[in-house]
Every structure is written in structure tokens, then in C-alpha cells.
Design a protein around this ligand. Structure first.
Ligand code: AAL
Length: 354
């Protein structure tokens, strides 16, 4: 008997040791109040938290169409996340939401967040609320750097106090080629996050604050059909920083919007959309060294799961339901996902009964 390369590879990587425990499927449904609306973009919802009997979520919001970078008018909106503010909504059932208004607005002209604040995530810790989000400064060009910033409040209703400086910045250690505003032309690419730090998500993990984010390099390429986006990690003793980027960065070779949850003392994440390991759920006991646990399909875009208590027995409990965004007719809107574990449970039980 001979062994094919595929069999050898699967054995080497331990694929045959992993059962169905980490598998789930996704179902999608509309929500009211922050769902589809012409002329309004609502996107990149945060995790959903429960506070005093109410669910809360934060998201990017702006009005009007986007024109791309080529419009010739630097004041015109480029992307559906440009010229945005961070808004929030509450709900009693996770389906019917009431939009409450702005949580965090743009900064004064000339500040690092004067153009757009967007893609928020929330951490409730020790009676305080921490919003982490992306920022961009005017003018928004293809080669603009983007930062990650924070605002802090005593209540999910605010008022929000901005932390003065960005929490993390792109490493900016590449070198552009020429003067044209083209992010693909480089002399040197630099680190995985030389150009952009995006999609922050904050955890209190092993007595420290773990800030995961997505990095994009200057001169991004495509490998195996996936964009060159990877996840990084920055760690701090205190919620407001200083955050130090991990020596192990990047901690993934794939993934787009960060989607992580705590499970049984470790960190789990679903890497969707980009990279050679897209559509996998991965797990790192130490929050750094992730291994592939399952391959999923049809995963939600830019999701924010409901943050319930950490499970010790069900790996996919931490992403049971949540919000994500969808694009329809050019408008971005928020909808709800729920996981479906019927197929997994069938295989789990079959094993037990046989
Ligand atoms: C999303 C996220 C970030 C990007 C943009 C808005 O998918 O990765 O938030 O900047 O697209």
C-alpha cells in the first residue's frame, strides 16, 4: 500500500484526530430597526452584549452613496465606511432593534480621526465599557494609513471619552514605489501590517488585554486565491494601553474581519473570506498559536457574536448567534445569523451510539 500526498498531509496535520465538535452551519434572517434602508449604510456590527436586560450593539453608520477614490473630489465619500460615525442600538429580543444615536463621532479637523470612525467592537470589563474602532484622517487616499483607537464609558449609553492617541498604528516599514496613489506599487512591502490595522477586537484574557486586529501590507498580493490579510495581536496590562504587538505576529495567515470568542480557557476564531485557510475555525490555548479545528462554509460577513458566559464544553457556543452585515442594492445593512448544529450533533451522537 502506498500513501498519497493528501493522506500524508492530513495525517501530519492531525486532521484525522479532529471530530465534528468544532463544526457548525449558519442560518440568516433579517432584523428590524437597523436592517435594510435605502440611502443608509449600517455595517461592521460589534459583538452583542447584554446589560441590565437589554442587548446592545455598535456599528458603522453613514448616509448617501460612495464614489470610490477616482471622483476627483477629496470630500466625496470613497467607501461605504468612509465619513462614518459609530452608532448604537438596543433590543430586548435580538431581532427588533431601536437605533439610539451616535456613540462616537469624528474628531476635530486635523486630528487622526477627523475623516471617519468605524468598525467598532465592544468589551465590557469591571463595570466599564471599551469601544475599539478604526480611524482615518482626511484626505482619504489609497495610500492612507488607518489606525485603531478607543473610547471608554461607565455605561453602554455613554458618554464616551476618547483615549487621546491611537492604540496601535500600522508598522509603516515598507517603501512605496513612485508618487502615484497606488497601494500595490512598492519597493518593499514591510511587515504584514505595514499599511493598515483594521477590525480591532478586545478581550480580557489571562489577566491582560488582548487586542486582535487585521493587518494589510503595502503592496498587498494574493496567495492561493485569497487576499493577503492576516490577524495580529497586541497585548497590554491596562485596557487603555500601551499595547505591544506580539513577537509572534501575524498570528494567522488568513482571515478578514476578526471573529473570535473565548472557549475553555483559550481563544477560538473563525477566519472567513481571505487567505489560504479561509473558512476555518481555529483554536489557540495561549491565544497566539492557532490550529485548524474545522472547515465551515457560508460564514457570516463581519460578524459580532453575542457575548455570553465562556463555555467549557461546546466549542461553538461562543458564536451561537449574532449580527453581521450584508450588501444589497449597493447599501450595507445589518442582519442576524444563528448557528445550526444539527449535522454536527448527528455525527457526534452517532459516534456515541455505535
Ligand atoms: C471591512 C473591515 C474594515 C475595512 C473595511 C471597513 O471589511 O475589514 O472595516 O476597513 O472593510
Amino acid at each position: 500500500m502506498k500513501e498519497s500526498l493528501a493522506t500524508k498531509r492530513a495525517k501530519e496535520r492531525g486532521y484525522f484526530d479532529r471530530g465534528p465538535e468544532w463544526f457548525c452551519e449558519f442560518k440568516y434572517s433579517p432584523v428590524n430597526g437597523i436592517g435594510y434602508e435605502q440611502n443608509i449604510n449600517r455595517r461592521d456590527p460589534s459583538a452583542v452584549i447584554m446589560h441590565e436586560g437589554l442587548y446592545y450593539t455598535w456599528y458603522t453608520r453613514n448616509e448617501g452613496p460612495s464614489y470610490g477614490f477616482g471622483s476627483g473630489d477629496l470630500d466625496k465619500k470613497t467607501f461605504p465606511w468612509d465619513l462614518s460615525e459609530i452608532w448604537y442600538a438596543t433590543s430586548t429580543d435580538g431581532v427588533n432593534w431601536t437605533e439610539k444615536g451616535i456613540a462616537v463621532g469624528r474628531g476635530e479637523a486635523g486630528s487622526f480621526d477627523d475623516r471617519s470612525v468605524f468598525t467598532p467592537e465592544i468589551l465590557a470589563h469591571d463595570g466599564k465599557f471599551y469601544l475599539v474602532y478604526q480611524t482615518v484622517q482626511h484626505p482619504y487616499l489609497r495610500r492612507s494609513l488607518e489606525f485603531i483607537a478607543m473610547a471608554v464609558a461607565e455605561s453602554p449609553e455613554g458618554p464616551w471619552r476618547k483615549v487621546k492617541e491611537p492604540l496601535i498604528k500600522p508598522s509603516n516599514d515598507g517603501e512605496w514605489l513612485g508618487e502615484e496613489d497606488n497601494r500595490f506599487l512598492v519597493k518593499k512591502k514591510g511587515s504584514f501590517d505595514s499599511h493598515k490595522v483594521h477590525d480591532p477586537v478586545l478581550f480580557y484574557f489571562n489577566n491582560k488585554f488582548y487586542l486582535y486586529y487585521k493587518g494589510e501590507p503595502m503592496g498587498e498580493e494574493m496567495f492561493m486565491g485569497g487576499r493577503e490579510t492576516k490577524w495580529g495581536l497586541a497585548i497590554s496590562e491596562h485596557p487603555e494601553g500601551p499595547y505591544v504587538k506580539s513577537e509572534y505576529n501575524p498570528v494567522s495567515n488568513s482571515g478578514h474581519e476578526t471573529f473570535l470568542w473565548q472557549y475553555n480557557g483559550g481563544m477560538a476564531g473563525l477566519l472567513s473570506t481571505d487567505g489560504m485557510e479561509k473558512h476555518t475555525i481555529q483554536y489557540a490555548k495561549d491565544g497566539i498559536n492557532f490550529e485548524i479545528m474545522s472547515v465551515v462554509k457560508n460564514s457570516p460577513e463581519a460578524p459580532g457574536p453575542f457575548r455570553g458566559p465562556e463555555s467549557k464544553t461546546d466549542p461553538v457556543d461562543g458564536l451561537k448567534w449574532g449580527l453581521y452585515h450584508h450588501v444589497y442594492n449597493d447599501w450595507n445593512y445589518i442582519a442576524r445569523y444563528d448557528i445550526n448544529t444539527e449535522l454536527r450533533d448527528f455525527f457526534l451522537n452517532r459516534k456515541t451510539y455505535e
